[in-house]
Design a protein around this ligand. Structure first.
Ligand code: SF4
Ligand code: SF4
Length: 194
């Protein structure tokens, strides 16, 4: 059957009308920044104060794209007669984001909470070599790491908090006991003088 003249035009207009009445989903980036979920895997940030140069992240990275250099330093004994200690000092921490596959293994395995996901994503480069970012840049990205979500009020108290609270209670009780003893001694002294 031959097509009815003008049916194509009517179909096209119907599609146009349908689309016009739908809510637009176009993101006006870069004029409007996208609202990313807090757990977005944008880039890896380094909190270098926590890094002990244990090398676990570099060893576990499936792409071998974490580069760490360090040297050993001797720390003098804390008290006379004590032993000197040696510690690792971080010289270089870099990640090659042209190789990274954003698997998050390095963040998961870090035992000292030194690596975090940041939702920052505006670090495109025109030269692939510039995608290796050094520690200063990784440290700067720490400022873009969102705060962790609030704890569920019905959740069990973390073990660390419970232990800290127990120690604080013990110390407070000890101080109160000492103060009471002091007061009792003062009272006895005053009675003796009278
Ligand atoms: S996210 Fe994965 S690939 Fe990227 S640096 Fe970490 S371990 Fe390596
Ligand atoms: S695993 Fe964590 S502490 Fe160890 S070298 Fe990597 S970032 Fe530093």
């Amino acid at each position: 059957m031959p097509p009815i003249p003008g049916s194509g035009l009517a179909k096209g207009l119907a599609v146009t009308l349908r689309t016009m009445t739908k809510k637009t989903v176009t993101a006006q980036y870069p004029d409007v920044q996208p609202e990313l979920p807090p757990r977005s895997r944008g880039v890896i940030a380094l909190f270098e104060e926590n890094c002990t140069v244990c090398m676990l992240c570099a060893r576990e990275c499936p792409d071998w794209c974490i580069y760490i250099d360090s040297h050993k330093e001797t720390v003098p004994a804390a008290a006379p007669g004590g032993r000197e200690r040696s510690r690792n000092v971080l010289d270089r921490f870099a990640i090659d984001f042209s190789l990274c596959m954003y698997c998050g293994i390095c963040i998961e395995v870090c035992p000292f909470d030194a690596l975090f996901w940041s939702p920052e994503f505006e670090y495109a480069e025109t030269d692939i070599l510039d995608l290796t970012h050094e520690r200063d840049k990784l440290r700067d990205w720490m400022w873009t790491v969102p705060e962790p979500p609030a704890l569920d009020p019905r959740a069990e108290e973390p073990k660390e908090l419970a232990a800290a609270r127990k120690t604080a209670d013990k110390l407070r009780a000890q101080q109160e006991q000492e103060q009471e003893q002091q007061h009792a001694q003062d009272d006895t002294g005053q009675e003796g003088n009278a």
